[in-house]
Design a binder for this molecule. Structure first.
Ligand code: SF4
Length: 284
């Protein structure tokens, strides 16, 4: 019998690594337990990503910094902010951020892909994901990921990113060109964190992805063989106990940002939930 491929995204693999219980609630429990309120930093991130993608879709002569600012303001997402004033303040900052960023780009340097989905498979996994931008530089491809969070990123972040390594391998296979360089473009600071992979380091990431997938896939199969969905107890609380051996909670600081913390007593105890706007710059 040929082995069934585990279909996944880098995000699914990382969720398994971060917390198997959150993985179960995200990918297996149906209906999915209701998530907490939306996060303002996700609204900022999505608005910036959308504006940059739309900017590259403009005709070359229209790709000006002002156009990027207009696209940002027009598509601004308002979920998660404390109030209208905070949303407006962040919209202004984000507008400046994208204008400054595209002012440093060459509008004629057409990327090979913008928000491009790429996929690859091994004999164990079929993995796909969407790249923010795929550049062609010389004979090689470069994977570019936009970041809008507070923390400045380093070459180690680029080196350790499972997602970017998978995108590099998938891009190379789809477009039949080598791809070793991955870049994290941190828009708030203008810094770019770069890593040049080798074929070996990319293969190490792929093997790691396969190991994670093997664990998650075995847990998926056991889940499906048991009960269709977790029972609800008094007041609608989820009874996690029958699943905890396969999908243990992994309480820690990240629980403060978990969309499912309200269904997870261990997580709530580990870290109090943050306000939806807590990841914005401290003076916002
Ligand atoms: S709150 Fe923490 S332990 Fe609970 S599901 Fe979320 S990440 Fe896991």
């Amino acid at each position: 019998m040929p082995r069934r491929l585990y279909a996944c995204t880098p995000s699914r693999l990382n969720t398994w690594l971060d917390c198997p219980r959150r993985y179960r609630m995200t990918y297996l429990d149906r209906p999915m337990p209701p998530k907490g309120p939306p996060w303002a930093h996700n609204s900022v991130g999505a608005s910036v990503h959308n504006a940059l993608a739309a900017w590259w879709r403009l005709a070359e002569r229209e790709r000006t910094p002002e156009a990027a600012g207009t696209l940002l303001a027009r598509g601004w997402l308002t979920d998660g902010f404390r109030d209208e004033a905070q949303s407006a303040q962040m919209r202004g900052r984000a507008r400046e951020m994208v204008e400054r960023y595209v002012a440093g780009l060459d509008p004629s340097d057409e990327p090979l892909g913008v928000e491009r989905t790429v996929a690859t498979r091994t004999d164990r996994i079929a993995v796909s994901g969407r790249i923010d931008r795929l550049d062609a530089r010389g004979s090689e491809l470069v994977v570019v990921d936009y970041k809008t969070g507070r923390h400045i990123l380093t070459a180690d972040d680029a080196r350790g990113s499972l997602a970017m390594a998978i995108y590099a391998v998938a891009s190379s296979r789809v477009l039949r060109r080598p791809c070793h360089r991955v870049e994290l473009h941190h828009l708030p600071s203008g810094e770019i964190a770069v890593w040049e992979h080798t074929d070996e380091s990319l293969q190490r990431h792929i093997r790691r992805a396969e190991q994670i997938a093997a664990e998650a896939s075995a847990a998926d199969d056991a889940y499906r063989a048991r009960v269709p969905a977790p029972r609800r107890g008094e007041g609608g609380a989820i009874d996690h106990a029958p699943f905890d051996e396969l999908f243990p909670p992994r309480p820690g600081n990240l629980c403060a940002w978990c969309d499912f913390a309200r269904h997870c007593p261990e997580g709530r105890q580990a870290a109090p939930q943050k306000d939806p706007w807590a990841a914005l710059p401290v003076d916002a």
